[in-house]
Design a protein. Structure first.
Length: 130
């Protein structure tokens, strides 16, 4: 594998992980917006507003999906990379549930939002064995 190709793979992998972690963090900030306002924290939902934050999360998810599709179609990743689209779809699902207030608090929220990383790890292991 050539050096530029390795850097491209690393850059896309970094963007993938960074975006998933960023989305998770901001969803937790959305959930705790009232508490953060009381203690004076300046989180993204407080600075740009709740609705704009939701738009930002949707846009980042769409951008991540498009970037992964582009990388897969151009042959940057192996066919195992197709599995990594599933956590993005999973993210779309829990963002929708969060927007509809179907999940907001408690252990269910924690498991659903944090479960994405277990899914990523499991799919990476499966893809590695392919």
């Amino acid at each position: 594998m050539t050096q530029p190709r390795s850097l491209l793979n690393a850059g896309i992998a970094f963007f993938y992980v960074f975006t998933l972690v960023f989305i998770r963090s901001v969803v937790f900030d959305l959930r705790e917006i009232q508490t953060d306002q009381l203690v004076g924290r300046e989180t993204i939902p407080i600075v740009i507003g709740k609705e704009r934050t939701k738009v930002l999360l949707a846009a980042l998810t769409a951008l991540l999906f498009a970037a992964m599709l582009t990388a897969l179609w151009s042959g940057v990743f192996t066919r195992a990379g197709w599995l990594m689209l599933l956590p993005i779809l999973y993210t779309c699902g829990y963002l929708y549930l969060f927007h509809k207030r179907a999940i907001m608090h408690g252990i269910t929220f924690e498991v659903i939002v944090g479960g994405k990383f277990l899914l990523v790890g499991l799919l990476a292991l499966i893809g590695w064995k392919m």
